[in-house]
Design a binder for this molecule. Structure first.
Ligand code: GLN
Length: 433
């Protein structure tokens, strides 16, 4: 392919923070493919803001590992997508650059925090995009916008160059309109990188197969209980029925530790965030501050002015959870709850090869509908367990409720990303026929 891709979509959904002109290469698995990248993934020479005023004019000096791989395989990075500020949110409404709208119904949120990536794909601006998922941020917007999104096994994709929110939970992952494209993008980005010490050398090289005869699909009662819209539950049960029709066997499983999942997640993610975001002090990162002030005054003024409300709330919560005298009460307890959930999954995966449930308890909310943080946090209940356990999880569209997309979530054993991809592929091929 010759020349430069001049990418200027009619961005009526506010999916992009920055669009760029880039010349794609002629060869490689993604030759000439336009890919959008979430704005918390570093791109050399292209501004990377995390949708925050504090990084409004930050231009990284280097590429994230995954970005280098995209370029190597011939992709053109055509834009940086809008997101919740630092990934903290479920609707993309906490962005300092304004909310993203859902292309399926622009009065609704696209989900978050990778809402810009999902909207760009759903609107047809790009065939594929990268998102990041700390507690559901790939799967939630994929479900709300009716596309496919995969959160890889923790340690399968390099986090080098990802601006950290909560290191022990997050992964970069692929989003696209089809399972095949998600798998194709995954094959490019899941490559060993010695710069990320939490990685294992387990490259993903896989072509999806729709043969799922004999696959044991675990159905956890906790994923269909309180708080889950009954119509969403029904739609997902029908989708599981389709898997059975393809020769899969369903087995009941249980993740009893789920009742502590949200509490554990919000203690751990805020604790890690409070430590990760301490570096934005106006000296090394962030806009320069007035040097006539004392360090404390300058630090306080800058962070008060440049971080949004949700980010400041989480920094305070995390600082409190880690403080002397409280760390044992909150942080240590959260780690115990996390271990219990991980063991629940290990037990469930003795009887089942994949675990199926809804991705989100409801369909997409209206913009501005969720005003209190707690009700927002509650909507993450079905996505955070996979991050706490480090297992792979995919969301694939499985029908609609009130005309809005519903996502079927499939989780697998660690490093069995291929298996959840195959199950999603089998479902998708069957319903598209
Ligand atoms: N909604 C969750 C949170 O706000 C998940 C976000 C994410 O995965 N980055 O933390």
């Amino acid at each position: 392919m010759a020349g430069t891709l001049n990418f200027s979509p009619d961005d009526r959904y506010n999916a992009f923070i920055t669009t760029c002109r880039e010349a794609p290469f002629c060869d490689g698995a993604l030759a000439g493919t336009a890919v959008a990248v979430k704005d918390n993934i570093s791109t050399a020479g292209i501004r990377t803001t995390c949708a925050s005023r504090i990084l409004e004019s930050y231009v990284p000096p280097y590429d994230a590992h995954v970005v280098g791989l995209l370029r190597e395989k011939g992709a053109a990075i055509v834009g940086k997508t809008n997101m919740d500020e630092f990934g903290m949110g479920t609707t993309t409404e906490t962005s300092a650059f304004g909310p993203v709208r859902n292309p399926v119904d622009p009065s609704r949120v696209p989900g978050g925090s990778s809402g810009g990536s999902a909207a760009a794909v759903a609107a047809g601006f790009v065939p594929m995009a990268l998102g990041t998922d700390t507690g559901g941020s790939i799967r939630c917007p994929a479900a709300f916008c009716g596309i496919v999104g995969l959160k890889p096994t923790y340690g399968r994709v390099s986090r080098y160059g990802l601006i950290a929110y909560a290191n022990s939970l997050e992964q970069i992952g692929p989003m696209a309109r089809t399972v095949e494209d998600v798998s194709r993008l995954m094959s490019v980005i899941a490559r060993y990188d010695p710069h990320d010490s939490t990685m294992l050398d387990r490259p993903y090289d896989h072509r999806p197969s729709a043969d799922i005869a004999g696959l044991r699909v675990g159905v956890p009662e906790e994923y269909f209980g309180e708080g889950v819209d009954p119509r969403v539950a029904e739609t997902v049960r029908d989708a599981i029925g389709v898997l059975e029709g393809l020769g899969a066997d369903t087995v009941p499983v249980s993740i009893p530790g789920m009742r502590h999942a949200l509490a554990a997640y919000y203690v751990i993610c805020t604790s890690e965030a409070s430590s990760n975001l301490a570096r934005f002090d106006g000296v090394r990162y962030g806009p320069a501050v007035d040097t006539k002030k004392t360090w404390h005054e300058a630090y306080q003024d800058l962070r008060q002015a440049k971080f949004g409300t949700e980010v400041r709330r989480r920094i305070m919560l995390g600082t409190f959870a880690l403080s002397a005298g409280y760390a044992g009460r909150y942080y240590a307890k959260a780690q115990v709850a996390r271990r219990n959930i991980k063991e629940d999954f290990e037990r469930a995966f003795r009887d089942a090869d994949v675990i199926a449930g809804p991705t989100m308890p409801t369909v997409a909310f209206r913009l501005g509908e969720k005003t209190d943080p707690l009700s927002m946090y509650l909507s993450d209940i079905l996505t955070v367990p996979a991050n706490l356990a480090g297992v792979p999880a995919i969301s694939v569209p499985c029908g609609r409720v009130d005309g809005l997309p519903v996502g079927l979530q499939l989780m697998g054993r660690q490093f069995e990303d291929e298996r959840v991809v195959d199950a999603a592929f089998a479902y998708e091929q069957e319903v598209r026929r």
